[in-house]
Design a protein around this ligand. Structure first.
Ligand SMILES: NC(=O)c1ccc[n+]([C@@H]2O[C@H](COP(=O)([O-])OP(=O)(O)OC[C@H]3O[C@@H](n4cnc5c(N)ncnc54)[C@H](OP(=O)(O)O)[C@@H]3O)[C@@H](O)[C@H]2O)c1
Length: 234
Protein backbone atom coordinates (compact mmCIF):
# COMPACT_ATOMS: atom_id res chain seq x y z
CA UNK A 1 0.00 0.00 0.00
CA UNK A 2 1.34 3.43 -0.99
CA UNK A 3 0.80 6.71 0.87
CA UNK A 4 -0.09 9.13 -1.88
CA UNK A 5 -0.40 12.88 -2.07
CA UNK A 6 -2.61 13.83 -5.04
CA UNK A 7 -2.09 17.53 -5.79
CA UNK A 8 -4.41 19.75 -7.83
CA UNK A 9 -7.63 17.75 -7.77
CA UNK A 10 -10.76 19.07 -9.49
CA UNK A 11 -13.60 17.06 -11.01
CA UNK A 12 -11.64 15.65 -13.96
CA UNK A 13 -8.47 13.60 -14.22
CA UNK A 14 -7.36 14.24 -10.62
CA UNK A 15 -10.69 13.00 -9.30
CA UNK A 16 -10.49 9.86 -11.46
CA UNK A 17 -6.99 9.15 -10.12
CA UNK A 18 -8.11 9.61 -6.51
CA UNK A 19 -11.03 7.20 -7.05
CA UNK A 20 -8.74 4.55 -8.57
CA UNK A 21 -6.17 4.90 -5.77
CA UNK A 22 -8.87 4.61 -3.12
CA UNK A 23 -10.51 1.59 -4.77
CA UNK A 24 -7.15 -0.19 -4.99
CA UNK A 25 -6.54 0.24 -1.26
CA UNK A 26 -3.92 3.00 -1.21
CA UNK A 27 -3.77 5.71 1.46
CA UNK A 28 -4.61 9.04 -0.18
CA UNK A 29 -4.59 12.72 0.73
CA UNK A 30 -6.53 15.01 -1.61
CA UNK A 31 -4.98 18.44 -2.17
CA UNK A 32 -6.90 21.17 -3.96
CA UNK A 33 -7.30 24.90 -4.20
CA UNK A 34 -10.96 24.87 -5.21
CA UNK A 35 -13.90 23.26 -3.44
CA UNK A 36 -14.30 20.29 -5.82
CA UNK A 37 -11.37 18.47 -4.25
CA UNK A 38 -12.83 18.99 -0.77
CA UNK A 39 -16.19 17.63 -1.91
CA UNK A 40 -14.57 14.57 -3.45
CA UNK A 41 -12.54 13.92 -0.30
CA UNK A 42 -15.65 14.18 1.84
CA UNK A 43 -17.56 11.79 -0.48
CA UNK A 44 -14.75 9.22 -0.26
CA UNK A 45 -13.95 9.85 3.44
CA UNK A 46 -10.39 10.91 2.63
CA UNK A 47 -8.32 13.66 4.24
CA UNK A 48 -8.32 16.94 2.33
CA UNK A 49 -5.87 19.84 2.46
CA UNK A 50 -6.57 23.21 0.85
CA UNK A 51 -3.47 24.62 -0.84
CA UNK A 52 -2.43 26.98 -3.61
CA UNK A 53 0.45 25.05 -5.14
CA UNK A 54 2.01 28.24 -6.51
CA UNK A 55 2.79 29.31 -2.94
CA UNK A 56 5.93 27.64 -1.60
CA UNK A 57 5.11 28.24 2.07
CA UNK A 58 1.62 26.79 1.68
CA UNK A 59 3.03 23.75 -0.12
CA UNK A 60 5.52 23.07 2.61
CA UNK A 61 2.78 23.30 5.31
CA UNK A 62 0.58 21.07 3.17
CA UNK A 63 3.20 18.28 3.15
CA UNK A 64 3.52 18.53 6.95
CA UNK A 65 -0.26 18.28 7.28
CA UNK A 66 -0.35 15.32 4.90
CA UNK A 67 2.19 13.47 7.03
CA UNK A 68 0.03 14.15 10.09
CA UNK A 69 -3.00 12.82 8.21
CA UNK A 70 -1.59 9.57 6.77
CA UNK A 71 1.70 9.03 8.61
CA UNK A 72 4.10 9.49 5.67
CA UNK A 73 4.22 10.32 1.98
CA UNK A 74 5.99 7.87 -0.34
CA UNK A 75 4.21 8.90 -3.54
CA UNK A 76 3.29 12.16 -5.20
CA UNK A 77 0.81 12.54 -8.04
CA UNK A 78 0.77 15.98 -9.57
CA UNK A 79 -2.31 16.82 -11.64
CA UNK A 80 -2.46 20.59 -11.23
CA UNK A 81 -2.40 22.55 -14.42
CA UNK A 82 -4.75 24.45 -16.61
CA UNK A 83 -4.72 27.57 -18.77
CA UNK A 84 -5.54 25.43 -21.82
CA UNK A 85 -7.81 28.02 -23.39
CA UNK A 86 -7.22 28.19 -27.14
CA UNK A 87 -5.39 31.44 -27.89
CA UNK A 88 -3.02 32.87 -30.49
CA UNK A 89 0.39 34.28 -29.54
CA UNK A 90 -0.86 37.76 -30.50
CA UNK A 91 -3.54 37.49 -27.83
CA UNK A 92 -1.31 35.77 -25.27
CA UNK A 93 0.09 38.62 -23.21
CA UNK A 94 2.98 38.29 -20.82
CA UNK A 95 0.72 37.88 -17.79
CA UNK A 96 -1.27 35.04 -19.36
CA UNK A 97 1.90 33.37 -20.67
CA UNK A 98 3.57 33.51 -17.26
CA UNK A 99 0.43 32.26 -15.52
CA UNK A 100 0.15 29.26 -17.84
CA UNK A 101 3.84 28.44 -17.63
CA UNK A 102 4.05 28.70 -13.86
CA UNK A 103 0.75 27.04 -13.05
CA UNK A 104 1.95 23.93 -14.83
CA UNK A 105 5.71 24.01 -14.15
CA UNK A 106 6.23 25.89 -10.87
CA UNK A 107 3.46 23.96 -9.10
CA UNK A 108 5.24 20.73 -10.06
CA UNK A 109 8.60 22.05 -8.86
CA UNK A 110 7.04 23.22 -5.56
CA UNK A 111 5.34 19.91 -4.80
CA UNK A 112 8.36 17.74 -5.64
CA UNK A 113 10.73 19.94 -3.66
CA UNK A 114 8.52 20.06 -0.58
CA UNK A 115 7.89 16.28 -0.67
CA UNK A 116 11.51 15.31 -1.27
CA UNK A 117 12.46 14.47 2.32
CA UNK A 118 9.40 12.23 2.67
CA UNK A 119 9.97 10.53 -0.69
CA UNK A 120 13.64 9.96 0.12
CA UNK A 121 13.11 8.59 3.59
CA UNK A 122 10.44 6.15 2.38
CA UNK A 123 13.23 4.15 0.69
CA UNK A 124 11.12 3.81 -2.47
CA UNK A 125 9.55 7.05 -3.57
CA UNK A 126 7.43 7.61 -6.61
CA UNK A 127 6.34 10.70 -8.52
CA UNK A 128 3.85 10.88 -11.39
CA UNK A 129 3.09 14.14 -13.18
CA UNK A 130 0.01 14.47 -15.35
CA UNK A 131 1.21 16.35 -18.39
CA UNK A 132 -0.13 16.55 -21.94
CA UNK A 133 0.54 14.58 -25.10
CA UNK A 134 3.61 15.95 -26.89
CA UNK A 135 2.62 14.32 -30.16
CA UNK A 136 -0.81 15.89 -30.35
CA UNK A 137 -1.42 19.45 -31.46
CA UNK A 138 -2.38 20.89 -28.09
CA UNK A 139 -4.92 23.29 -29.57
CA UNK A 140 -4.37 25.62 -26.62
CA UNK A 141 -1.79 28.40 -26.33
CA UNK A 142 1.96 28.96 -26.22
CA UNK A 143 1.99 29.39 -22.41
CA UNK A 144 0.33 26.01 -21.84
CA UNK A 145 2.73 24.44 -24.35
CA UNK A 146 5.68 25.96 -22.45
CA UNK A 147 4.29 24.71 -19.12
CA UNK A 148 3.70 21.14 -20.24
CA UNK A 149 6.98 21.07 -22.18
CA UNK A 150 8.71 22.08 -18.95
CA UNK A 151 6.98 19.31 -17.04
CA UNK A 152 8.22 16.76 -19.60
CA UNK A 153 11.82 17.84 -19.27
CA UNK A 154 11.56 18.08 -15.48
CA UNK A 155 10.37 14.46 -15.40
CA UNK A 156 13.45 13.37 -17.36
CA UNK A 157 15.83 15.50 -15.29
CA UNK A 158 14.37 14.44 -11.94
CA UNK A 159 14.23 10.76 -12.85
CA UNK A 160 17.99 10.80 -13.34
CA UNK A 161 18.76 13.06 -10.38
CA UNK A 162 16.61 11.14 -7.91
CA UNK A 163 17.55 7.62 -9.02
CA UNK A 164 20.21 7.45 -6.30
CA UNK A 165 17.45 7.94 -3.71
CA UNK A 166 15.36 5.17 -5.27
CA UNK A 167 12.69 7.64 -6.36
CA UNK A 168 10.96 6.90 -9.67
CA UNK A 169 9.67 9.88 -11.65
CA UNK A 170 7.29 9.50 -14.59
CA UNK A 171 4.78 11.50 -16.59
CA UNK A 172 1.42 10.64 -18.07
CA UNK A 173 0.07 12.35 -21.15
CA UNK A 174 -3.68 11.97 -21.41
CA UNK A 175 -5.37 12.53 -24.72
CA UNK A 176 -8.35 14.81 -24.80
CA UNK A 177 -10.38 14.13 -21.69
CA UNK A 178 -13.78 15.75 -21.75
CA UNK A 179 -16.52 15.67 -19.16
CA UNK A 180 -18.86 13.75 -21.49
CA UNK A 181 -19.35 12.99 -25.19
CA UNK A 182 -20.84 16.45 -25.76
CA UNK A 183 -17.58 18.09 -24.72
CA UNK A 184 -15.51 16.31 -27.38
CA UNK A 185 -15.04 18.85 -30.13
CA UNK A 186 -12.37 16.78 -31.86
CA UNK A 187 -13.92 14.06 -34.03
CA UNK A 188 -10.93 11.78 -33.62
CA UNK A 189 -11.17 12.00 -29.83
CA UNK A 190 -14.84 11.05 -30.02
CA UNK A 191 -14.04 8.07 -32.17
CA UNK A 192 -11.12 6.81 -30.12
CA UNK A 193 -12.63 7.23 -26.69
CA UNK A 194 -16.09 6.01 -27.55
CA UNK A 195 -17.29 3.57 -24.95
CA UNK A 196 -14.09 3.89 -22.92
CA UNK A 197 -13.46 5.50 -19.58
CA UNK A 198 -10.39 7.71 -20.10
CA UNK A 199 -10.27 8.85 -16.47
CA UNK A 200 -10.21 5.30 -15.19
CA UNK A 201 -7.49 4.38 -17.71
CA UNK A 202 -5.34 7.27 -16.53
CA UNK A 203 -6.02 6.29 -12.90
CA UNK A 204 -5.01 2.68 -13.52
CA UNK A 205 -1.81 3.76 -15.22
CA UNK A 206 -0.94 6.00 -12.27
CA UNK A 207 -1.50 3.11 -9.84
CA UNK A 208 0.68 0.86 -11.99
CA UNK A 209 3.50 3.42 -12.06
CA UNK A 210 3.34 3.95 -8.30
CA UNK A 211 3.48 0.21 -7.67
CA UNK A 212 6.27 -0.57 -10.16
CA UNK A 213 9.69 0.74 -9.08
CA UNK A 214 11.46 -0.27 -12.31
CA UNK A 215 9.67 2.25 -14.50
CA UNK A 216 11.26 5.69 -14.34
CA UNK A 217 11.88 8.64 -16.64
CA UNK A 218 9.00 7.65 -18.91
CA UNK A 219 6.28 9.76 -20.47
CA UNK A 220 3.37 7.47 -21.07
CA UNK A 221 0.58 8.46 -23.41
CA UNK A 222 -2.80 7.28 -22.22
CA UNK A 223 -4.80 8.69 -25.06
CA UNK A 224 -6.68 5.88 -26.81
CA UNK A 225 -4.44 6.35 -29.84
CA UNK A 226 -5.13 10.07 -30.14
CA UNK A 227 -1.47 10.75 -30.90
CA UNK A 228 -1.39 8.24 -33.77
CA UNK A 229 -1.92 9.20 -37.37
CA UNK A 230 -4.94 7.41 -38.72
CA UNK A 231 -4.66 6.87 -42.47
CA UNK A 232 -7.74 8.03 -44.32
CA UNK A 233 -10.02 5.20 -45.33
CA UNK A 234 -9.51 3.18 -42.13
N1 LIG B 1 -8.65 17.41 -19.97
C1 LIG B 1 -7.79 17.10 -20.91
O1 LIG B 1 -8.16 16.80 -22.04
C2 LIG B 1 -6.33 17.05 -20.62
C3 LIG B 1 -5.48 16.58 -21.61
C4 LIG B 1 -4.12 16.51 -21.35
C5 LIG B 1 -3.64 16.91 -20.12
N2 LIG B 1 -4.49 17.38 -19.17
C6 LIG B 1 -3.91 17.78 -17.89
O2 LIG B 1 -4.46 16.96 -16.87
C7 LIG B 1 -4.51 17.68 -15.64
C8 LIG B 1 -5.92 17.63 -15.09
O3 LIG B 1 -6.79 18.23 -16.03
P1 LIG B 1 -8.39 18.21 -15.98
O4 LIG B 1 -8.86 18.08 -17.36
O5 LIG B 1 -8.85 17.28 -14.96
O6 LIG B 1 -8.70 19.72 -15.64
P2 LIG B 1 -9.01 20.48 -14.33
O7 LIG B 1 -10.24 19.93 -13.71
O8 LIG B 1 -8.97 21.91 -14.70
O9 LIG B 1 -7.79 20.12 -13.38
C9 LIG B 1 -6.74 20.98 -13.11
C10 LIG B 1 -6.73 21.18 -11.63
O10 LIG B 1 -5.51 21.84 -11.28
C11 LIG B 1 -5.81 22.66 -10.19
N3 LIG B 1 -4.85 23.73 -10.03
C12 LIG B 1 -4.40 24.59 -10.97
N4 LIG B 1 -3.56 25.45 -10.43
C13 LIG B 1 -3.48 25.16 -9.10
C14 LIG B 1 -2.80 25.72 -8.00
N5 LIG B 1 -2.00 26.78 -8.16
N6 LIG B 1 -2.97 25.16 -6.79
C15 LIG B 1 -3.77 24.10 -6.62
N7 LIG B 1 -4.46 23.52 -7.62
C16 LIG B 1 -4.31 24.05 -8.85
C17 LIG B 1 -7.16 23.25 -10.54
O11 LIG B 1 -7.70 23.75 -9.35
P3 LIG B 1 -8.83 24.87 -9.28
O12 LIG B 1 -10.10 24.07 -9.44
O13 LIG B 1 -8.66 25.45 -7.92
O14 LIG B 1 -8.56 25.84 -10.39
C18 LIG B 1 -7.88 22.05 -11.13
O15 LIG B 1 -8.58 21.37 -10.13
C19 LIG B 1 -4.03 19.09 -15.97
O16 LIG B 1 -2.67 19.21 -15.63
C20 LIG B 1 -4.23 19.20 -17.47
O17 LIG B 1 -3.36 20.14 -18.04
C21 LIG B 1 -5.82 17.45 -19.40
Amino acid sequence: MRSVLVCGVGDGIGAAIVRELKSTGHRVVVVSRGKMGAELASELSLPHIACDLMDEAQVSRMVEDAVKAIGSVDSLVHTAGGYYKKETIERTDREFFTGALLNNALTFYNTVRASLEQLRSSGRGSVVAVSAAPNVYLNSNVGYAAGKGSVHFMVRQLSVELMKHNIAVNGISPGFFGRGPESYSDEKAVLLQKGRLPGQSVGRTVVHLLENPLITGQLIEVDGGHSMDIPSGL
